[in-house]
Design a protein around this ligand. Sequence first.
Ligand SMILES: Cc1cc2nc3c(=O)[nH]c(=O)nc-3n(C[C@H](O)[C@H](O)[C@H](O)COP(=O)(O)OP(=O)(O)OC[C@H]3O[C@@H](n4cnc5c(N)ncnc54)[C@H](O)[C@@H]3O)c2cc1C
Length: 309
Amino acid sequence: MKITDIFKKQERTFSFEFFPPNDYLTAVKFGINAGQLMKLSPSFVSITYGAGGLTQTNTFDLVDLFHNDLGFTCMAHYTCVNATKEKIAYDMRTLKDMGIDNVMLLRGDKPKNGPFLYPNPDGFDYGSDLIKFVKDQYGFCIGGGAYPEKHVEASSLEEDIENLKRKVDAGADFLITQMFFHNKYYWDFINKVEQKGIKCRIIPGIIPITNFKQIKKFSELTGATIPDRLMKKMEPHKENSKEINKIGIDFALEQVSDLLENNAPGVHFYTLNRCRAAITLYESLSQDFKDVKMLFEKSLKPQMPTPKM
Ligand SMILES: Cc1cc2nc3c(=O)[nH]c(=O)nc-3n(C[C@H](O)[C@H](O)[C@H](O)COP(=O)(O)OP(=O)(O)OC[C@H]3O[C@@H](n4cnc5c(N)ncnc54)[C@H](O)[C@@H]3O)c2cc1C
């Protein structure tokens, strides 16, 4: 099913993002965690795509498993930074033949040093170029990336929003944001995007913090600023993963509640292949939000084993 068709039925969507595990032990952990999260009946799931090439086949394998074996609406992420038009066409045809309806199309991060060429003479320079190419030929429902605190390479938010408009004009059907921790950035961004005349659902992407070092690194890479008060809370416990988890869940609960109270169109969770934070969040949110309550209560009911595998 196309995600845009889900939007027609669900005012708000709740989705989970996973990345392909790269060894057998993390694959086992992934299976256990994803299994728990799938019980929450997400609106859709998405699988990331490694720009460096290592996990590209695994992405397609996982997308195939979630869509064809488990029966979930699944979106395949895809980046063009290291791909020729010929490879992109081949990969899109592969996804189409698999029965996939949804793709998240991105440029990907520029390689810092070899072995790739950027710009790629036989490929595309920006997410919008990739979206245009795919839109014209394959009939996918297309998601794109949006950056409430601007993309790290953009010289200003205004310039980045100009480029976002190109992405939507090229055919993006909806957008998911980069992680952010200040809701003010999201709402200011939504206002500016609307003022530019961009009409597109923009789902906030939220990451429940589970690891101090990791989140500092993500914040540096993505430009997502961590509020001082959160930093001050985490710093004394940075070596204590249990405490960081607790602080992360409390903060995400506050952040997501505020977004939903203000009518955000749902939440896309960057799960980092872990389930505990999302389950705890759903449990707490279910007390205040009808749509979350439905999902959470459904997850508590005994379910039949998935039939197709
Ligand atoms: C929801 C989400 C999911 C993601 N999933 C993945 C994933 O699975 N794998 C992965 O490797 N990465 C992923 N990323 C990260 C993403 O690949 C990087 O942020 C990448 O650097 C930008 O990709 P983009 O398509 O959003 O950028 P683009 O839209 O191409 O923009 C990149 C930069 O170029 C500028 N720009 C755009 N168009 C033009 C133009 N015509 N002229 C001049 N400048 C322009 C923009 O302002 C911006 O600064 C994800 C990001 C998000 C938000």
